[in-house]
Every structure is written in structure tokens, then in C-alpha cells.
Design a protein around this ligand. Structure first.
Ligand SMILES: O=C(CO)[C@H](O)[C@H](O)COP(=O)(O)O
Ligand SMILES: [Fe+2]
Length: 232
């Protein structure tokens, strides 16, 4: 069984926030079919980025799959609004909703959150911080609650941090167990680190600074895709 197709998702955290529309359009032109939107509320992480009005403006400017990484304390609060905007993927942090490992009661909460995401027309994803074990999200995959697991390869909150290779065994474990699952990696990914992540089994690749600060961003998008495809 082959792993799912490569999806390259440039993170607009490293874009020019005064010119987001232009940056969104050029990423699509460079061949990136996803656009990663880091929504931070200043509570779940010590940083504040953008919310619905800006995401709605982005929606009008790009056909890309809008991949919202919700670094917020109360993801359920935002689901309906993001659904109305026409966001494609809503990826919440397990740690914002549940204890680690999740309790029985937490699974009830997680199930209704995932159902709410789907009822509002979006794909559900769950993100885990570098220290959160893969086993914590297995029931969400096993019961079809999520279509994607995001393994953070930095502590969430800021772009431009160093890739944590110690997260790779988790990616490998999930890929072996779930050959058809979308597995996303986010943080410190670029031409120097992509091979490690692709070999471990990641197929949805987020890259912020490595793309936006590159002299030739199109080349970086192409390199990231080639690496994932070479390990398919
Ligand atoms: O979720 C994030 C940070 O919390 C960003 O998506 C991520 O850090 C991308 O930036 P870079 O590729 O520069 O590390
Ligand atoms: Fe992100």
C-alpha cells in the first residue's frame, strides 16, 4: 500500500502580513496545493496571529486547500465560523481539549469536536506537540474521527525554530500503523531536513521560513515534493 500523495503547505507565518493575498497567490503559482494558516490566540501559545476576518480575505484570494492549524485554547468556539468562511482543513491541538493521555471523558469531547468540524464542511486534523505520544491520537484515527495527524517538529508558537529529529520515531510508528493516513510535519522543515521527515513517512509538509525566506521559493516547493515522492 502506498502512502497518500505529497501535499506541500507553505506556512504564511513567514509571509509578509501586509501583503498576504499576494503571498498566498504566489505559493499556488509555485505549485503548492495547500496553504498553512497558523491561527494563534495568545493563550494556547504565547503568540498572536490572525483570525476569521483575515482567513476570510485569504479564502477570496486563493483556490489552495486552506489548512488551518488552530493553536487556540477553545477550538470548538471557532469551528462554525471557519466552516462558514470555507476553510478546508481544521486541525486542533489534542492538548487544548484533552489531558495526555486522554481520559474516557476526553474522548467524548474529542468525538463531538471532530463531528462538529465535519458537520461544518471541513476535514478534521489533530495536532500533537513534540512531547505528546502517538498513542494518544490512535483512537481518533481508529474510529475515523480525524483524517490527518500533525506531528509538530518544534514547540508550537513561532516560526524559524530548529527541527526536532527526535519526533521522527513517532512519525515512523504512525506511518507503519496507518499507511493511508495523511501525516503532517510542521516546524523547521526545509531542504536540509525534509529527507529525514519524508523517510519517516510524512506526506503533508509545512514549511514557513524555508520557503518564504528562500531566494527561489518555487525551487524549495519542488524539492520538498520530490523528497516526499522519492520515499513513497
Ligand atoms: O505552527 C507553526 C509554529 O507554531 C508554524 O507552522 C511553523 O513553525 C512553520 O514555520 P517554520 O517552517 O519557519 O518552522
Ligand atoms: Fe503550523
Amino acid at each position: 500500500m502506498r502512502k497518500p500523495s505529497a501535499k506541500i503547505s507553505p506556512s504564511i507565518l513567514s509571509a509578509d502580513f501586509a501583503d498576504l493575498g499576494k503571498d498566498a497567490v504566489r505559493m499556488w503559482d509555485y505549485g503548492a496545493e495547500w496553504l498553512h494558516v497558523d491561527c494563534m490566540d495568545g493563550h494556547f501559545v504565547p503568540n498572536l496571529t490572525i483570525g476569521p476576518p483575515v482567513v476570510a480575505s485569504l479564502r477570496k484570494r486563493t483556490k489552495a486547500f486552506l489548512d488551518c492549524h488552530m493553536m487556540v485554547s477553545d477550538p470548538a468556539f471557532w469551528v462554525e465560523e471557519y466552516g462558514k468562511i470555507g476553510v478546508d482543513g481544521f486541525c486542533f491541538h489534542l492538548e487544548s481539549v484533552a489531558q495526555v493521555p486522554p481520559s474516557q471523558e476526553d474522548f467524548g469531547k474529542l468525538k463531538s469536536l471532530c463531528e462538529m468540524i465535519k458537520d461544518n464542511g471541513m476535514r478534521a486534523g489533530v495536532a500533537i506537540k513534540p512531547g505528546t505520544p502517538a498513542e494518544s491520537v490512535e483512537p481518533l484515527v481508529d474510529f475515523g474521527m480525524v483524517e490527518m495527524v500533525l506531528c509538530m517538529t518544534v514547540e508550537p508558537g513561532f516560526g524559524g525554530q530548529s527541527f526536532k529529529p527526535e519526533v521522527m520515531p513517532k512519525v515512523k510508528y504512525l506511518r507503519e500503523k496507518y499507511p493511508e493516513l495523511d501525516i503532517q510535519v510542521d516546524g523547521g522543515i526545509g531542504p536540509k531536513t525534509i529527507d529525514i521527515a519524508a523517510e519517516a513517512g510524512a506526506n503533508v509538509i509545512v514549511a514557513g521560513s524555508a520557503v518564504f525566506l528562500a531566494e527561489d521559493p518555487k525551487l524549495v516547493v519542488t524539492q520538498l515534493r520530490k523528497s516526499v515522492e522519492s520515499y513513497a
